[in-house]
Ligand binder design. Sequence first.
Ligand SMILES: *Cc1c(COP(=O)(O)O)cnc(C)c1O
Length: 381
Amino acid sequence: MERGFATKCLYGNGEKFEGDRTGALSFPIYQTATYAHPAVGESTGYDYSRLQNPTREKLEQVVASLENGLDALAFSSGMAAITAMMELFKPGDHIITDADLYGGSIRLFDHISEKNGITFSHIDCVAEDAEIFVKENTRAIYIETPTNPMMNVIDIAKLAEITRRRGLLLIVDNTFLSPYFQKPLDLGADIVVHSGTKFLGGHNDTLAGFLTTGSPDIAEKLRFIIKTVGSGLAPIDSWLILRGIKTLPIRMEKAQENAKAIATFLLDAENVRRVYYPGIPGSKGYEICKKQADGFGSMITFEVADRELASQVLKSVKLIHFAESLGGVETLITYPVTQTHADVPETVRIKNGITDCILRLSVGIEDKEDLIRDLRQALVR
Ligand SMILES: *Cc1c(COP(=O)(O)O)cnc(C)c1O
């Protein structure tokens, strides 16, 4: 019988660590650049840490098991993972993306991938039919769901039906829900992207990124890319993410419980105009999120009455940190317009709904009463 998710967070699909004679429970940090060979033509299976390192490999096995994938590759950041993934494409290729994406992904696509000859159509994957935008040179559809920061929920299986029929890759950035709540490969995605810096690491202390796939062909291509470009995750950072993942299920549950309470508070709060959280019954993404995921996560975006109030909230939170990033145990509040999405052209930002009244919360695992009290005092005019 397949083992449960929480067990996989500790062991992946592998055995308990019994690799040395001490009985150590914690997988070692193999802090080595190179490996000695027994003889010419013989290898221990490890040659050089850019290619493979036991600590990174252990982490990759755990992440692959969580996403029900065949292989996962660990990179030095989420952006390093996405940048390496773009090496699957060549000049002349066309990619369809949802318009609402992490700002760094938009910057990569528009300023680096475009320069390398790849073109993009940034569309609204909720309102528009992606198939209309498929051209002869289209190779992939790239989405996040829920999207960063506007929390739009995109139907993964519906897009997978198109990509499969048209021979395209479906690439899903699963950072916001983590594999605990959502497994895009099971829904038909070909590649899953993660900023491991966020929920997988979970402690706001380590950068990491992942690409996971169920296809042996894609896995082989990505293995060639990671060993060539050299952006694999360092051994000590691999160990930190391994440790973070051990508590992923309980962190996700607690953060979601807090987020539901905060969303309820914000819905009734004075001077809060809108709350974007797919866990609100009747909200735009609720039904699809319920269908394709096992939870709604702990990211909440909300709109306050005016820019002055947004600045005031950011200045007056006492417990919550005004900081970029998300998915850690500490609750963070982010101002997308000057932080995560500062490099996105204003016209695009406004079209996506990212105004200077928009704030994004990554809810952590503190006591929810303390978080609500902090937000309540910060919102008082
Ligand atoms: C943070 C983030 C990234 C980039 O990851 P880094 O680890 O910061 O490089 C990519 N996608 C999403 C959805 C993110 O939130």
